[in-house]
Design a protein around this ligand. Structure first.
Ligand code: ZN
Length: 268
């Protein structure tokens, strides 16, 4: 599943193409991608409106129209692509937003698990409130992480994946962040020292920034949606292999019904 870096890479790809463009026609090709409302509502609402901002909140992409937005959640296999001629679209296309000169944006999604939803100002506020701090924003400081950690008894891995604390981190990058910070994923957040939390804060930003830069390159081709493709994984998916830092074998445990990969030699 795409995490913050992949969704941010898609946002950066779409923004220069879509910003300021007016949608002249919208076609929802698969009914079930429309959430909380009808296909007709979405098509009618966006037609004739201009895209004033392309933003991301956690793993959500938002196309803004003045005081409303189209929220797009890519889920497993969704992708947004600039398209020079929307009369020729790939088979997995679920939504076409057409600009002038037949240019436009395609939402492709082979498994059709992604969701598209209209949000008014109230809906946007509710989405924002339901999600924690953006880890790449200036608001995410070591002090903020420390105060959140002090109040949490969650194991470090589950804390990182809790979207109400820090937004946008999923299973892969949570494991890699904890490896980079040398923290045992089972350690409770309120037991981490300030030095540990400073290391964690640095690792969160470094890993997410590096992964975003890589995703911008690896996600360039349509339909290629392997998460963390091109990213040097140190623990994720490497059970039984040697740790690149201390040579111990990488272990897998289960936390919150998901696999966690870690090194018992250098994560404490
Ligand atoms: Zn190790």
């Amino acid at each position: 599943m795409p995490e913050l870096p992949e969704v941010e890479a898609v946002r950066r790809r779409i923004e220069p193409f879509a910003l300021g463009r007016t949608i002249v026609a919208a076609h929802v090709l698969r009914q079930r991608i429309a959430r909380n409302g009808s296909v007709g509502q979405i098509e009618q609402f966006v037609t004739g409106r201009s895209i004033t901002c392309v933003s991301r909140r956690a793993k959500n992409l938002l196309l803004h129209f003045d005081n409303a937005a189209l929220r797009i959640h890519l889920r497993m296999t969704g992708d947004l692509l600039p398209c020079p001629n929307v009369r020729f679209f790939p088979i997995a296309t679920r939504l076409i937003l057409e600009f002038d000169k037949h240019e436009g944006i395609l939402f492709t999604d082979p498994r059709a698990l992604g969701r598209v939803e209209l949000l008014d100002a109230t809906g946007l506020e509710a989405l924002d409130r339901s999600l924690g701090t953006e880890p790449l924003s200036p608001q995410f400081t070591p002090a903020l992480l420390t105060s959140a950690a002090r109040r949490s008894r969650l194991p470090a891995k589950l804390f990182l994946m809790n979207q109400a604390a820090i937004a946008g981190i999923g299973n892969i990058y949570a494991a890699e962040i904890l490896f980079a910070a040398r923290i045992d994923p089972a350690r409770r957040m309120n037991s981490l020292s300030f030095a540990c939390l400073e290391r964690l804060h640095g690792a969160i930003q470094e890993i997410l920034q590096a992964a975003t830069r890589i995703a911008e390159v690896t996600y360039a081709a349509p339909g290629h949606f392997d998460e963390a493709a091109g990213f040097q994984l140190h623990v994720y998916g490497r059970v039984g292999e040697r740790c690149l830092r201390c040579n111990r074998r990488i272990r897998r445990i289960t936390q919150g019904a998901r696999s966690t990969y870690h090194c018992p030699g250098c994560q404490h």
